[in-house]
Design a protein around this ligand. Sequence first.
Ligand SMILES: *[C@@H]1O[C@H](CO)[C@@H](O)[C@H](O)[C@H]1NC(C)=O
Ligand SMILES: *[C@@H]1O[C@H](CO)[C@@H](O)[C@H](O)[C@H]1NC(C)=O
Length: 894
Amino acid sequence: MRACAWLAIIALIPWTSGFKVEDFKRCSDSAFCTRLRGSSGEAYAVLPNSVAVAGSQISAQVKHEASGALFQLAITAYEGTVRLTVDEADPSVGRFHVPEVLLPELPQQERPWTKVSQTRSSLRASLGAAAVELGYSPLKLVLNVDGAPAVTFNADSMFAFEHRRAKGEEDPEGWWEEMFKGHRDSKPKGPEAISFDLAFPGVRHVYGLPQHASALALPPTTGLADNATSEPYRLYNLDVFEYAVDSPFGLYGSIPLLWAQRLGLTVAAFWLNAAEMYVDVEHAGGGVRTQWVAESGVLDLFLLLGPSPAEVSRQYARLTGTTAMPQEFALGYHQCRWNYRDEADVRAVDAGFDRHDIPYDVIWLDIEHTDGKRYFTWDAALFPEPEALQEDIASRGRRTVTIIDPHIKRDPGYHIYSEAARLDYFVKDRDGKEFDGWCWPGSSAYLDMLNPAARDWWAKLFQLDAYKGSTPHLYVWNDMNEPSVFNGPEITMHKDSLHFGGVEHRSVHNLYGALYHNATAQGLLERGTAVHGEDGDRPFVLSRAFFAGSQRIGPIWTGDNSATWEQLRISVPMLLSIGLAGLPFSGADVGGFFGNPEEELLVRWYQAGAFYPFFRGHAHLDTKRREPWLFGEAATERIRVAIRARYAMLPYLYTLFQAAHAEGLPIMRPLAFEFPGEAWALGADDAFMLGPGLLVAPVLEPGAAQRALRLPAPGPWYSATTGEAAAPGEHTLDVTLDSVPAYLRGGAILPFKERARRSTGAMARDPLTLVVALDAAGAAAGELYVDDGRSFAYRRGVFLHRRFEFAGSVLTSRPAPGGGGAMASGVTVERLVVLGLQPGREWGAQRDGAPLDVAPGPLLLRPGLPRSALVVRKLGLPLDADWAVTFLPGGAVA
Ligand SMILES: *[C@@H]1O[C@H](CO)[C@@H](O)[C@H](O)[C@H]1NC(C)=O
Ligand SMILES: *[C@@H]1O[C@H](CO)[C@@H](O)[C@H](O)[C@H]1NC(C)=O
């Protein structure tokens, strides 16, 4: 039985020989993209008598001259953001508006427009430093920031809004039906696509629009030097096998947010629309022009006015929220494989980490742990005692993750299936019957996550008494939620499938995975309250599919990459783009999912991956085993050093996550995010900042003996390995397999924990080292955030948030500006490492008049490193109290 089902699935897996470009649509394979891409000149005009300004809203009616169709337009002002919406004037048409992405409290951020002038042909209004000019005929919107145009809408007359119509005489090809590779799309609503152009004057660099395996600065797709045209960037969540690098093809997640950066101004555009979308980028007229086309929905466009990169991040976070505060264990190292065979295998891998003194936090179980891919079940032969297994892993401070996917085996004997079918919680096909698609279990039904009742029901399945064999130490992984349908068009669901409320899949496709991710995380949230009481337990759910707002739920990863150098290289810009799109908790599979990495690639991947916000090794079923100790002594040691460095950084990383949670700032940041005044840094993506204080330039090439690197001004920078100072400008570093070039920014103070432990939990009470990297003026500042790392008690003030400042040779610890919190932590600062004190002088230090133990030493506890730092040891400075340490030249301590 088992073998039969397996063979049937293999026959259906569409991807047995690598990425097949022809399995996926190009723009020319889609009727709507073919109709609207590059087309311009449709006349739309604002009806002058309809224009009104009231409070935060400018409203008007717009007429399509050729058809007479009427539309309702609104321009709403928020703090730092302008929103343009266009929908059909007749609301009974009922076009789809994407739910649940915008924060419910958004209306409170509305700000009143100040009307500047209104004529028969245009309206001007202002909002702080920004101003809009609405031209009536043709429809055009110009947005000025500080008096200069920052974004223009419809300057190229590419706006088109296909109004709803009855199927009548007009029946052009592709309006009411289209085919792709034998799949019919019945399109009962006919054409309903929307297009517009946006131009960014003076801009050469645009970023974002994840997910694509492409450079950070998005290469142009039209108007290329030889006048060739490439594919536009496609946003359509798809399960793409061994995806190609440097490609505009759509991958697992979509966030329709584009950044435009030039010296002195960063702005962004966000189109809240979950349908299939294409975006063209063109360099023209000294700026960037873009065209956006989506298949259905409405125009709901947010223009974020910056002017700094950090402001754009905050503005986007005010629309869609910030990243959920993760549990601390989630920032440790995760060990995954398809599949750890059985309980003995899991225990052996767990023991292997201890035997090799490599820390890790989570062991992952892929689909084979289930009874025939029936999620929430266990294979009775391979995993007979799952609770005992999880408890054993947990006894060493570690967690277990199981995979739970949205395709449900259509087996009446499977309780999840029979109950969801009885409750009518599955997506329907175009004829109103249960949608039947092939996935891992064979014939599968797909949960309709647009139905709130279905999500509530799903969430309850994660309670300990419902999920048999689970324990409070078990967390979850959502895969295949694009959704992946092996026998569907482009390996996904038919667009004319039907969701709750009669909504076509076409309009919700890119949101589907996020709704499923939400329901799963909601389940763990509710389980946490049931198990732990009011302070609960922060959910941990990894998702492959994502959309705008996914950051509020949990981490994502970049899907099924391969063990190649180009995939290692592209992981950096991919994660940078995802972070700019408001989703900082992301990673790429370390080692590459498909294929077998050679030793050097695996080592380099661990060295880079240790800086990914989400750090997991994962491998395909057909690959050779590759636990960190299987490549010989030297490789094991290098991987151990990389993973331990990750754990040493955790206090800094956790503090960055708190800032991301509070303000929406990315964690892995492009250089130009931190250094927007450096022209050369615009678009640079082979090095990055981890937060404000650490520059990372991983070696991403095979056989490298040197690594070119440019350090931004003003510096100084300090090698994170040796502590030696480096000036801003170009450097060519000599590198070996041990090298992981990383630099501390002059002016930063970073917290570390240096004791090697087996997991994050084991480090909770370890003392801290503060590394003070002085700027040219001899000053530095930084923060540390600590809480219980697990629950929501921080919401009641149970945390410590400290600000450290070094100025005038005095290092002080005070509560952070937003409030320092209160918590009994028992954690102390044990060591201070100061980089950049005037060399050649003896230094002493004292606290409250008492001399402290000072000596030159290495930056971190690493024997053999140069002693280029000043180290103060054996401190016991409490975290929850104010203190000051004074440094004195001459070694003389009063
Ligand atoms: C490309 O197009 C531009 C603008 O239409 C035109 O000026 C230029 O001559 C074209 N170049 C080539 C190589 O055809
Ligand atoms: C899931 O979505 C609902 C409705 O938007 C929201 O109230 C809830 O907080 C979300 N849950 C999680 C865990 O993100």
